[in-house]
Design a binder for this molecule. Structure first.
Ligand code: NDP
Length: 301
């Protein structure tokens, strides 16, 4: 048996098309261009790449990108003052402060300063609380992407309805594991959250119809841990040595051992090309959501 590949790249492209259509309609009907402000502090190369992609795709979707690139030694008070200025700017619909921040800045304090109505990363406690309450709000992007891909995997069988499925979320981080578990519960899954203290992880995994792996451990989840036919969403992004590509070369792998898992799963996301592309697409979708909500408009179809 060989699992169906869940094509995150294609699904993300479709979501960005929806975003672009919505942005066009808002411009045409309501006379404004949704704006996403991105703040980068320091020169972390990975963060620079992420920010460049976010800026490019924001513009490609016909939205306004507002960039603030600040030096590493920016102090916390200045960063919070910038966030407050963006909160007050009516042309800014979404604010994203790229994480991680330099060590001398308290990232919790910065996130707390963001207006929850503009918190397109979904990290503010108000938005986290809304997920717990099952109320609409701005949902963190990677967890949102995971749920969209799981629904995609069940599109033919249940029309994307995840009700009643047993889901195992491996990892309980604030950024991924916890919100994804809550979102799946809101989709009527029966959710188990596993972590480093879980006693029999393999057995918990084998019971699951849906496995979300977000541990940051290369190829940890093996094919024989899976229930045959399970849907596997691999969030992990791990760089490992790839001597087959040449000396000193590396490649990206997920938290799932793809080669063995693909033989047992019913559907699986590749790494790269699975959850990764969904994250930015969901950020852009959140910007449209925030822009409409603040203005009391319905989200254009
Ligand atoms: P964290 O390090 O914050 O959390 C890892 C979680 O995995 C923790 O809850 C930890 O448990 C659990 N864990 C670690 N080791 C084990 C183990 N041996 N057995 C069981 N559980 C274990 O990571 P993140 O949630 O931030 O990220 C997870 C992965 O997802 C990373 O590879 C990251 O790069 C990737 N990622 C990908 C994104 C994307 O866009 N595709 C976005 C964000 C992250 P405990 O709580 O007990 O310590």
């Amino acid at each position: 048996m060989s699992a169906t590949l869940i094509d995150g790249k294609a699904r993300a492209a479709r979501l960005r098309e929806t975003v672009a259509r919505a942005a066009e309609k808002l411009k045409h009907d309501e006379g404004f261009e949704p704006g996403l402000a991105v703040v980068l502090v320091g020169e972390d190369p990975a963060s620079q790449v992420y920010v460049a992609s976010k800026v490019r795709l924001t513009k490609e979707c016909g939205m306004r990108s507002i960039e603030h690139i600040l030096p590493t030694d920016t102090n916390q008070a200045d960063l919070v003052a910038l966030v407050e200025k963006l909160n007050a700017d009516p042309g800014v619909d979404g604010i994203l402060v790229q994480m991680p921040l330099p060590k001398h800045i308290d990232s919790d304090a910065v996130v707390l300063a963001i207006d929850p109505a503009k918190d397109v990363d979904g990290l503010h406690p108000v938005n986290a609380g809304r997920i717990v309450l099952g109320k609409p709000g701005l949902v963190p992007c990677t967890p949102q992407g995971c749920v969209i891909l799981a629904k995609e995997a069940f599109a033919d069988k249940t029309g994307g309805d995840l009700s009643g499925f047993d889901a195992l979320v491996l990892g309980r981080s604030i950024l991924v594991g916890k919100p994804v578990a809550l979102l799946l519960q809101n989709e009527n899954c029966t959710v188990t959250m596993a972590h480093s203290r879980t006693r029999d992880l393999e057995a918990a995994c084998r019971r699951a119809d849906i496995v979300i792996a977000a541990v940051g451990r290369p190829r940890m989840v093996k094919g024989d841990w899976l229930k045959p036919g399970a849907c596997v969403i691999d969030v992990g992004i791990n760089r490992v040595p790839a001597p087959e590509k040449g000396e000193g070369k590396t490649r990206l792998v997920g938290d799932v051992d793809f080669e063995t898992a693909v033989e047992v799963a019913g559907a699986i996301t590749p790494v790269p090309g699975g959850v990764g592309p969904m994250t930015i697409a969901c950020l852009l979708a959140n910007t449209i959501r925030a822009a409409c909500k603040r203005r009391g408009l319905a989200i254009p179809e």
